[in-house]
Design a protein around this ligand. Structure first.
Ligand code: S3P
Length: 170
């Protein structure tokens, strides 16, 4: 079973994902890093040369490869990019093959967390309206975790506890 963490940029997917994987003693994969490794370039370089469309194509390819790789494992944690599910093919793969956990944060918290953000090309757009347009997709997740005011450790413990309650792992 692959636990996929979703949510907007700055919601904590990568740091909570790493902490959760440590807690569960299972592999952790960060999709952005996977896209970058396969392309040999940073996300912002890909955005600059190929636009969002080029990035999404690479992202969905990387996602399919990662999910195939993780499929045989009893448990794994995958941190998605904030826009991964905007591509229908990616959304379908995730729905089919993962258990989705949404890390929820309000726009003010997100903006505060992203003040010094590097490598997030889409932040030049209007983050509030981008977040709003993505909420319906995030909200479809099987589990929703409110992140406001909680530490990374608290959040990963909370997710692990909830997964245990629904017997996702023993
Ligand atoms: C994006 C989020 C980024 C990265 C890319 C596009 C988005 O990941 O995939 O810059 O569309 O929201 P994080 O959510 O990990 O910042």
């Amino acid at each position: 079973m692959t636990i996929a963490l979703t949510g907007f940029m700055g919601s904590g997917k990568s740091s909570v994902g790493r902490s959760l994987a440590e807690r569960l003693g299972c592999p952790f994969v960060d999709l952005d890093r996977e896209v970058e490794a396969r392309s040999g370039r940073s996300a912002s370089e890909i955005f600059a040369s190929e636009g969002e469309r080029g990035f999404r194509e690479r992202e969905v390819e990387a996602l399919a490869a990662v999910l195939e790789r993780l499929e045989g494992m009893p448990l794994a944690v995958l941190a998605l990019g904030g826009g991964t599910q905007t591509v229908p093919e990616a959304a379908a793969l995730l729905e089919q093959k993962t258990f989705l956990v949404y890390l929820e944060a309000g726009i003010e918290t997100i903006q505060k967390r992203l003040e010094d953000a590097v490598d997030r090309p889409l932040l030049q757009e209007n983050p509030a309206s981008l977040l709003e347009s993505r909420l319906p997709v995030y909200e479809k997740s099987q589990m929703k975790i409110l992140t406001e005011g909680k530490t990374i450790e608290t959040l990963s413990a909370l997710i692990a506890e909830n997964l245990k309650k629904i017997s996702i792992f023993v």
